[in-house]
Write a protein that binds this ligand. Structure first.
Ligand code: ZN
Length: 196
């Protein structure tokens, strides 16, 4: 499967889950590291109708390389996460539970004693804090905030009033982590009255 085929397939899956409404969200996969190159979904398309051609190659700054296609506005943060965290794929969706969780816990969302943490690459009895950063239209500012609060064993970032980023070795691992994290955050939000 080509990177374009994989990106289109994953967009279709996330759209069906209601996590890429309208044209929101974007996905990327690393093509090379020296220099850094990623294939990222193009801007402004319905994520349920993506074709394998609907991606563009970007550099470490998020700028398109040898293409007139317009990468997602958030491409710069994808590249930053790939560079800093060593991720092979980064997924960004506007699922609701992560945004609601960031609203309740703007200093970070604490997760513990949950079996589903295993699906996030941790142990069920680990205490995991998902970092939250304020939203911004400036990808350099968002990237700095990400890097400041980043931890190698927490492959996710919540952007307040916006969405969630999750990463992994490849799109497959990133997908599993995102699916499990969305469940964890939904649990956290829905049990908020009875648990701290
Ligand atoms: Zn977004």
């Amino acid at each position: 499967m080509t990177p374009g085929e994989a990106l289109a397939r994953e967009c279709g899956r996330y759209t069906e889950m209601g996590w890429m409404r309208g044209t929101s969200g974007n996905l990327s996969v690393v093509l090379g590291r020296d220099p850094l190159r990623l294939a990222v979904t193009v801007s402004g398309l319905d994520k349920g109708e993506m074709t394998p051609d609907d991606h563009v190659v970007i550099d470490a700054s998020g700028a398109a390389v040898d293409s007139d296609k317009v990468p997602s506005a958030e491409a710069g943060l994808h590249a930053r996460i790939a560079a800093v965290a060593g991720a092979g794929a980064v997924v960004h969706v506007h699922a609701l539970a992560p945004v609601v969780a960031a609203e309740h816990w703007p200093d970070g969302v604490v997760l513990r004693d949950l079996e589903m943490l295993k699906g996030f690459g941790r142990q069920a009895d680990d205490e995991v804090v998902i970092p939250v950063v304020p939203n911004s239209q400036d990808m350099a500012e968002l990237g700095d905030a990400f890097e400041k609060g980043w931890s190698a064993d927490v492959p996710a970032l919540l952007v307040a009033r916006h969405g969630v980023y999750v990463w992994g070795e490849d799109l497959y691992q990133a997908r599993h982590r995102l699916e499990c994290l969305e469940w964890l955050l939904r649990f956290k939000v829905e049990t908020r009255r009875s648990r701290s």
